[in-house]
Structure formats: C-alpha cells, structure tokens
Design a protein around this ligand. Structure first.
Ligand SMILES: Nc1nc2c(c(=O)[nH]1)N[C@H]1C(S)=C(S)[C@@H](COP(=O)(O)O)O[C@H]1N2
Ligand SMILES: [Mo]
Length: 320
C-alpha cells in the first residue's frame, strides 16, 4: 500500500495541532475527551455549527504503510452522520441525533471466560496494553455502502494477550452496553439486547483486528461507538461492534446478533465477498459514502493478502 498525502486524510486540518498536543499523555487526553469537556473554543465552534466534535487525541502514532490504505478518507461529516447503531434507532440519522444520552465515561470492560486473568477492567487499564496508533482502513457495510476511516486505537491482540487466553480459548465474544435509559433504541426489541459479535481467536489475534477509541484524530463520537469499538476491516461492518462492555473468551462459537436475527442472510464469518450475494441484493459493487459512483467490492475488502490464509480449507461460499 502506498502513502497518501496527509492533506487528503485531514480535510478539516484535524492534525494541525499534533505537535502541540504531543506533549500531553494520550490517555490523559482520552480521559478528558470521555469526560465530555472540550476546550472552550471547540465548545463555541460546536455551538455555532450545532454539533460538538470530540477533543483531539494526543501522542497518536501516524499510520505506517502496512496499515494505511491507498484511498482518500471519507469526509468526517459523512462518517459521523450516516450510521448503523440500532441502540439509538434504526434510521441512518438516528444515532447522530440520539447518541448524546450515552455516557462513555467512566467505562469498564468485563474480560472473562477462558482467560487466566479475568476481571472488570477500567478503560484506562485496557489502553495501557499498547500506545495509540492510527489505522487508515476501508470499511464495508453489508448494505453495500463503504467508507475509508482513519481510526485511532490499539491492536486487539495486545489487549487479549494481557489477560492471557487459556489453552481452551477458541473464540472471542463481544457485547455492547445494555441500558435503555442511555440507549433509547433498546426500548424496542429489534435485537435481543445486548448486541453481540464474535471472532475466532486466530482472527481476533490478527494484526489488522483493532480496538478503536478514536477516529480522524479525535475521540470516537458516541454515534460511532464511544468509548471503545471493534474494527475488523476485512469483514462486513456489522462485525465491528460498538460501545463494548464485555469481552468473553470461549471454547464454543458464540451467538452473534445478526446471525441470530437472520442466519440465511448474515453468517458468523461475514468476510467481505463480492462473489457471494446477499439473498436480497448483489455484493459485487458498493457506494462510497459521499460519492455517487459505485465501485467494485474487493475480496476480503482488499485485505486478502493479509487474511486469506486464516480461511485455508474453509468453503467460504458455505461459511459466508
Ligand atoms: N452495538 C452495535 N454495534 C454495531 C451496530 C449496531 O447496531 N449496534 N451496527 C453495525 C453495523 S451494521 C455497521 S455497518 C457499523 C457502522 O459503524 P459506523 O456507524 O461507525 O459507520 O457498526 C456496527 N456495529
Ligand atoms: Mo452494516
């Protein structure tokens, strides 16, 4: 993958203050971000534009060539105002409108099941597993829209290793917060809450699997899964579960929400595959957010060189 100019990544000059903020600790900045106390000038700007942007994260390592896709990132507005987050409603604009009621701080994640060191872990401690870095990834929703996002976070593998999977661990399950008071969409039973997702342990340990706490140099907006969400760039977007409160390692394949809802349409693997159509639409092409022209969908969303080996010997037409 080749480098792209920084200017294409940061259409709103989000990184201009990087040098200024580098002296602050990344975790301290995230703490401030999660506490919802943007700087006064940012609060003023937000009031004028009618939408608050989370504070910038500091000390983020820029994406290296291996983790930086050769494509122009989607506009911030498109990535943060056209969302799937059924906990806040099922329309694309519901999450941006309703997610202000989510309180992303304080936050903790229960890590349990087949691990030697289980526990309820404050978010700050989870982030101690690695330093924050940027990953510029393609992201492909099963609904055939796509985007390119500069995420900020840490490798999932670093977090899992810290809690030491046992020899029985074969899968990793994730759960989103359940709290209808913070997540008004949970007053309806569109999903059997909590939203659940899962990976095979070897998929979860793959260096591309990422836990994001930010995007575009800033803490995650609530509608994008604050304070911590999964990003699995070679799989359909529904695998990238938001606002995670539990990581459970298991011997058996876990339940996952979309597979529960409609197993004939949404498999456990959900690897992006232009050759296996959704029963109700083609997966051959996709619409980039903010664009008009459709583009071809790539096998494994363009990450085949890295991940195809995980599926050697598996029939991906059956294990869709
Ligand atoms: N908890 C939870 N996580 C979720 C969803 C959801 O409804 N609830 N939607 C998924 C789907 S279908 C997609 S495409 C992505 C969308 O992420 P984005 O809003 O950041 O683009 O989140 C995924 N993670
Ligand atoms: Mo999706």
């Amino acid at each position: 993958m080749t480098k792209i100019p920084e200017s294409q990544v940061t259409d709103e000059a989000l990184f201009l203050n990087r040098r200024e903020v580098l002296r602050l600790g990344a975790v301290a900045a995230l703490g401030a971000a999660l506490a919802g106390c943007p700087a006064a000038d940012e609060a003023d700007a937000a009031a004028e534009s009618g939408a608050a942007r989370p504070p910038e994260l500091s000390g983020v390592r820029p994406a290296t060539a291996a983790y930086r896709v050769d494509a122009t990132p989607t506009d911030y507005q498109d990535a943060t105002r056209y969302n799937n987050f059924y906990e806040f409603g099922t329309d694309k604009t519901d999450p941006a409108e309703n997610a202000h009621s989510l309180r992303p701080s304080p936050w903790s994640v229960l890590i349990d099941g087949e691990v030697a060191k289980p526990g309820r872990v404050p978010l700050e401690d989870i982030l101690a597993a690695a330093s924050l870095e940027e990953r510029i990834y393609r992201f492909r929703c099963v609904e055939a829209w796509s985007m390119v996002v500069p995420w900020v976070g840490i490798p999932l593998s670093a977090v899992l290793a810290r809690y030491v999977p046992t020899s029985k661990a074969r899968y990793v399950a994730f759960e989103t917060l359940v709290d209808p008071e913070q997540m008004p969409g949970q007053r309806r039973n569109v999903i059997d809450w909590p939203y659940r997702e899962g990976l095979r342990l070897d998929e979860a340990m793959h260096p591309l699997a990422f836990l994001a706490v930010g995007m575009y140099g800033r803490a995650l907006p609530n509608q994008n899964g604050a304070p911590i969400r999964l990003v699995v760039p070679w799989k359909y977007g529904f695998k990238s579960i938001k606002s995670i409160v539990r990581i459970h390692l298991s011997e058996k394949q876990p339940r996952t929400s979309w597979n529960d809802l409609q197993p004939s349409e949404y498999g456990f693997y959900a690897n992006v595959n232009p050759e296996v159509d959704h029963p109700r639409w083609s997966q051959a092409r996709e619409r980039p957010l903010g664009g008009f022209r459709k583009q071809p969908t790539l096998a494994f969303n363009g990450y085949g060189k890295e991940v195809a080996g995980l599926y050697a010997g598996l029939d991906l037409n059956r294990n869709f």
